[in-house]
Design a protein around this ligand. Structure first.
Ligand SMILES: [Zn+2]
Length: 183
């Protein structure tokens, strides 16, 4: 990957018709996605076409194939039952990754009642001092038209900084629960 611009987004590359696509015994239906892995900047070779380095690996398993395969989106969407789901899954994964990457640099504001808060991805996330027992996190949808959603998360954190780190995991959990894809 000489060109770092392309290296940042290997998904732009075309998956080929080589590799397993040339194998007539290779099953082309019945694959299930077990999740997505970030292969980092180095990437890894798409196990299916074996012709493209991928950053985001869709981990696909099949009852008749002993090992799971790491597939890029181009190959994954041809193998799973619902190609749109593969795309949505990857988009959500990449979005989560971006949120994680910028989280430590995010600026928390202080509310009128003195609680640190942040608005992120349509959610308002606030940290509360639970009177000596620690700090809790409340997360609510900012836009009421999207439907009511409020969660007073039961997790307790020792310090405000711990709560800021924990709030990221709570946001990730809520995003996962509220999206209509399985992985
Ligand atoms: Zn491929």
């Amino acid at each position: 990957m000489e060109n770092s611009q392309h290296g940042d987004d290997p998904s732009q590359q075309r998956h080929t018709s080589g590799g397993h696509w040339l194998d007539l015994r290779f099953p082309t239906t019945g694959w299930v996605c077990r999740g997505i892995e970030d292969a980092g900047n180095e990437g890894r070779l798409c196990d299916v076409c074996q012709g493209v380095r991928i950053r985001f690996a869709h981990i696909l398993s099949h009852p008749d194939v002993p090992q799971a395969l790491s597939a890029g989106l181009g190959c994954a969407e041809k193998l799973v039952d619902d190609p749109f789901r593969a795309e949505k899954r990857e988009r959500a994964f990449r979005d989560d990754l971006r949120i994680r990457n910028v989280w430590p640099r995010r600026d928390w504001k202080i509310s009128r009642v003195g609680n640190p808060f942040i608005n992120a991805r349509g959610y308002n996330i606030a940290i509360w001092n639970k009177g000596g027992s620690g700090f809790g996190v409340t997360i609510r949808l900012q836009n009421k038209f999207d439907g009511e959603f409020v969660r007073n998360d039961p997790r307790l954190f020792k310090t405000v900084d711990d709560a800021k780190v924990g709030a990221l995991e709570i946001l990730m959990d809520v995003r996962k629960e509220r999206r209509d894809i399985d992985v």
